[in-house]
Design a protein around this ligand. Structure first.
Ligand SMILES: NC(=O)c1ccc[n+]([C@@H]2O[C@H](COP(=O)([O-])OP(=O)(O)OC[C@H]3O[C@@H](n4cnc5c(N)ncnc54)[C@H](OP(=O)(O)O)[C@@H]3O)[C@@H](O)[C@H]2O)c1
Length: 326
């Protein structure tokens, strides 16, 4: 099979397309022939050695994908040969070979059917980002209808956060640096979208909320924006920290937490067990049914265009970036 191989941890630029033997499924594993695979910033972090996982090399990146079940290992039950399946968040692409290849082995417990009415490309790019956004929205317990602010809102997690948050009945405010993307985010469920580079954005949010304050922030960005988003929170406000695309927070005064009793909590989609992932995935599909929202695809690249797909991801997409494998 053809696969994109990572030979060292010097970054995405060193990926090479190679011909390697097809893997054979072991007990409880299913061989999928991939149709689409989706990219995530964590693939780049792993390739740069900036990720806790250090899989044996050469490694195949890629955590998300959809493929046809072609071969079943011993003890596999309930999976139908020839049918398409979606990969739930798992060790695929982390500590075991991933989806930037024509075939991948997936533990049976990490496969779910294509959701009714979803296309294969929509299904391929959904599980990791929706599970992440779901954990960010639910890790503080049941929230009554609240004001949720999403940073980096045009990306995979951001779009999922807007769609899930609005389907749960929250008022979702989106931050994006790009005006055309802000318009699109308002069409998919954001009550309003603002430019985090506009020095007036916090005042604009306060004016929009007309006396209310933000209850929960889903933060994908970190950096200097982090202290600014804290400023928009009301009493008992919470921050679900998902990512830090703008790097470390340059200056942080812990006193900013005291007076409104703010709480900050990390999100780790990898902390979901396979069974928790399945339960959360069912809850996600049920929630999305309220509005009919589907994953938003920025662009699908050809299999041999993976480096260009990573360049697009770094640029800042609107939704998910995929490769068509077959
Ligand atoms: N903790 C977890 O379990 C978990 C799970 C999944 C992802 N993550 C992390 O969460 C973050 C977001 O993931 P994603 O898949 O949504 O990423 P993504 O698809 O690349 O989108 C992120 C968005 O953030 C904005 N952005 C990108 N670089 C930026 C920068 N340097 N400064 C300010 N804004 C920037 C862009 O929006 P605009 O151009 O519209 O501003 C971009 O569309 C990543 O760091 C990822 O590794 C964490």
């Amino acid at each position: 099979m053809k696969a994109w191989l990572l030979d060292n941890f010097s970054g995405i630029d060193s990926l090479r397309l190679a011909e390697i033997p097809d893997p054979k499924p072991g007990a409880g594993e299913v061989l999928l022939e991939l149709v689409f695979a989706a990219l995530n910033p964590a693939d780049r972090y792993l390739a740069e050695g900036q990720y806790p996982a250090k899989p044996p090399l050469p490694h195949i990146l890629g955590r998300d994908g959809v493929g046809i079940a072609r071969d079943l290992g011993p003890e596999v039950t309930g999976i139908v040969r020839g049918e398409p399946y979606v990969i739930l968040r798992s060790d695929v692409g982390v500590n075991r070979a991933g989806t930037f290849a024509q075939h991948v082995l997936v533990p049976q417990e990490s496969l779910v059917p294509v959701p009714p009415g979803w296309s294969l490309d929509q299904s391929a790019c959904a599980t990791l980002v929706y599970l992440t956004a779901y954990q960010a929205l639910t890790q503080w317990g049941d929230l009554p209808p609240s004001v949720v602010l999403v940073t980096g809102a045009s990306g995979g997690v951001g779009v999922a956060g807007i769609q899930l948050g609005s389907a749960m009945g929250h008022t979702v405010i989106a931050l994006s640096r790009d005006s055309s993307k802000r318009n699109e985010l308002e069409k998919i469920g954001a009550a309003a979208a603002f430019d985090p580079h506009d020095p007036q954005w916090r005042q604009q949010v306060k004016a929009f909320l007309n006396g209310r304050r933000v209850d929960l922030v889903i933060d994908n960005i970190g950096g200097a924006l982090f202290s600014e988003v804290l400023d928009t929170l009301g009493n008992d406000g919470r921050v679900s920290v998902v990512g830090r695309l703008a790097g470390p927070v340059p200056e942080f005064n812990t006193a900013s937490l005291f007076f409104r009793r703010l709480r900050i909590g990390g999100v780790a989609v990898g902390s979901y067990t396979p069974s928790e992932s399945r339960t959360a995935w069912q809850a996600i599909l049920k929630t999305l049914d309220h509005t009919g929202a589907k994953p938003l695809i920025d662009r699908v690249f050809e299999f041999d265009q993976l480096p260009a797909a990573f360049a697009r991801l770094k640029e800042g997409p609107l939704g998910k970036v995929l490769i068509a494998v077959s």
